[in-house]
Design a protein around this ligand. Structure first.
Ligand code: ADP
Ligand code: MG
Length: 331
């Protein structure tokens, strides 16, 4: 699941914003942004609403990066500030870091932006491993949900409270309560699918499939006599299936997905197989770490729970994500 990120971009070039947004999407963020060009619009935007991040270009006439940094420190002191600079003005980036900017990235090295953003949001000095990145991503997700709880559910309850304080139309009040109930259900499911606790992994996989079934994508779920297993194993299977399905929806152009959960000998095996485009899995693994964060995160999750993840795929031949747990990790 992509992490929503609200970015205030200071600069005069829309193409740069597009490039930066693309880079953010590549590392798993879902950015929305607004671009400002003047000190006044920057200050106004910072005072008007919350931003997760300010990204400032160095090459803007009329608003230099130090001015943008000062304005941000003044109007929204806690908001991380990252400088993206052209090659000729990298010294401006260094100067900004000395003055309190979170980081400075060169436009020629945009691949460093993702880790810099995670670091800035976490205020941790180093995001070295994928495990750390995964953890950081989870924290960001929590932040997003915490904010949504506050902004959306909180707002609805506040509106209800105001309504109840004076003579009111009870149909309108009931409508608000219904809205808040639906919202609560969505938040709960997003946080944790209780079906996994209540009915176990097989039922949770069926539930997942039903949520993603649509006209052009059919699921077949086969579960063979699998008992309840260690919490870590069930959770890893579920989250990996979720991520695999997200990848299928995003990349595979598949029409059919088969999910199979079974015991083979003493091992537990979960397979998620699609009939889509396939891809060069070896190349994806050997690509610079960070380029396939989703795949690495799946593998890391499997390893943390004591299992092993393999991806069998070739262009034109569909993809199988196979997860195996040896007996000792199941208890
Ligand atoms: N089921 C799939 N079918 C086709 N291509 C896939 C599939 N899963 C992954 N890929 C390819 O592997 C790449 C890396 O996947 P991932 O690390 O999850 O990154 P992301 O989903 O953010 O692009 C994807 O960009 C895509 O090209
Ligand atoms: Mg992915």
């Amino acid at each position: 699941m992509a992490v929503e990120l609200k970015v205030l971009f200071v600069g005069d070039a829309e193409p740069d914003v597009k490039l930066i947004a693309r880079e953010l999407r590549r590392v798993g963020f879902a950015p929305t942004w607004q671009r400002v060009e003047t000190p006044e619009t920057l200050r106004a935007a910072l005072l008007r609403e919350h931003w997760d991040l300010v990204i400032s270009d160095t090459s803007l006439a009329g608003l230099d990066v130090m001015h943008a940094l000062e304005t941000t420190r003044f109007a929204a002191p806690d908001t991380p500030f990252i400088v993206v600079s052209g090659r000729l003005v990298e010294s401006a980036g260094r100067q900004a870091i000395q003055a309190g900017a979170s980081d400075s990235i060169s436009k020629d090295d945009l691949g460093l932006l993702g880790p810099a953003v995670v670091r800035a949001l976490q205020r941790t000095p180093e995001v070295g491993s994928i495990a750390q990145l995964l953890l950081a991503t989870q924290e960001l997700e929590r932040r997003r949900i915490a904010r949504a709880l506050h902004d959306e559910l909180g707002q609805q309850l506040m509106a209800l409270r105001l309504m109840l304080e004076s003579p009111h139309d009870s149909a309108a009040a009931i409508a608000l309560v219904d809205q808040a109930l639906a919202q609560t259900r969505d938040f709960a499911i997003e946080l944790w699918p209780t079906v996994l606790d209540d009915l176990g992994l097989g039922a949770a996989l069926r539930w997942l499939a039903s949520r993603h079934t649509r006209g052009s994508l059919a699921f077949d779920v086969a579960v063979e006599g699998v008992p309840r297993m260690a919490f870590a194993v069930e959770t890893a299977c579920f989250r990996i299936a979720q991520e695999a399905i997200t990848n299928i929806e995003r990349h595979a152009r598949a029409s059919r997905v088969e999910i199979a959960l079974r015991r083979t000998g003493d091992e537990l095996e979960l397979e998620i197989r699609d009939d889509g485009t396939g891809f060069d899995a070896d190349a994806a693994w050997s690509r610079a770490r960070g380029a396939s964060i989703g795949l690495f995160a799946m593998r890391e999750r499997a390893a943390l729970a004591g299992g092993r993840l393999d991806i069998l795929s070739q262009p034109g031949r569909g993809t199988t994500v196979r997860l195996r747990f040896p007996p000792r990790s199941l208890r």
